[in-house]
Design a binder for this molecule. Structure first.
Ligand SMILES: Cc1cc2nc3c(=O)[nH]c(=O)nc-3n(C[C@H](O)[C@H](O)[C@H](O)COP(=O)(O)OP(=O)(O)OC[C@H]3O[C@@H](n4cnc5c(N)ncnc54)[C@H](O)[C@@H]3O)c2cc1C
Length: 231
């Protein structure tokens, strides 16, 4: 049995991200054709960013849907992947609990709030051990993994590849960086955003919780970062 730490890698991002978004933006407003815009633009980064920022802030989001990003994620709980897969503009390939049989004791993700309490942490680990033993007993008695998995906990680790476009990443960040979102998915999305920002720092201002985009908190109770609409 082992507690596992989250791993996130950005496995695909276009090298010419700015060229693509700039071409999409300028195509909408220029008498020139898309081909000429793409082939003839000067590559002046400042000029490209200035237009791109203006277009995005006006809500013209189709221009950033052309950018496809892929991530590989290890050691994420099934509880967190279940939240991630609710996002309908993302694509997923997740390790199967039908085809991949658990061996020995189950690897798990433990919420920090439980881990911080010695007694609760011990009970949590004991539960994982009992569950692992029962899973193996099922397997040893000829039960297929697709049925034995029915007792695996939400804490069991998973592995997932996900792809999404830049518009959806911004939406994901807006929802899941909010302190209302559960800590684990917040951490996953934070790492995804940080990896993208390493490549494209100008995106940092968009990869923020929704309150920063709205200018107020739209939840019933604010975490304190922003006031609610009615103060
Ligand atoms: C803090 C928090 C708590 C949550 N709690 C719960 C809960 O208790 N129970 C629960 O079931 N879910 C819960 N969710 C999940 C939530 O309801 C959404 O399913 C999830 O956040 C995906 O959001 P989305 O639909 O905006 O995003 P996406 O599926 O990523 O879609 C992006 C956007 O595309 C548009 N869109 C996509 N599909 C459609 C469609 N079919 N029709 C019209 N427009 C569409 C919408 O504008 C949508 O915002 C929670 C989410 C958060 C962030």
């Amino acid at each position: 049995m082992a507690k596992k730490e989250l791993e996130v890698r950005l496995i695909s991002i276009p090298d010419n991200l700015l060229d693509v978004v700039y071409t999409a933006c300028r195509t909408c407003y220029s008498p020139d054709g898309a081909v000429e815009i793409y082939e003839n633009h000067t590559g002046d980064k400042e000029k490209m960013l200035s237009l791109i920022k203006k277009v995005i802030s006006s809500g013209h989001y189709s221009t950033i849907e052309h950018i496809q990003l892929s991530f590989a994620i290890n050691n994420i709980s099934r509880a967190a992947t279940h939240q991630l897969v609710r996002h309908r503009h993302m694509s997923f390939s997740q390790k199967s609990q039908r085809y991949v049989r658990e061996k020995g004791e189950i690897d798990y993700v433990i919420p920090p709030a439980i881990e911080a309490n010695r007694e609760l942490c011990r009970k949590f680990e004991n539960f994982i051990k009992i569950t692992s033993d029962l899973y193996q007993e099922f397997i040893n008695n000829g039960i297929k993994s697709e049925d034995a998995r029915s007792i695996l906990p939400n804490a069991a680790v998973s592995s997932i590849v996900t792809s999404l476009n830049l518009r959806e990443l911004i939406h994901l960040a807006n929802l899941r960086l909010c302190t209302r979102a559960q800590l684990e998915i917040r951490m996953v999305v934070k790492k995804m955003c940080a990896l993208v920002e390493e490549k494209e720092p100008w995106l940092a201002e968009h990869l923020v919780p929704k309150c920063e985009r709205l200018g107020y908190c739209d939840e019933d109770n604010s975490c304190g970062r922003m006031k609610t609409k009615n103060g």
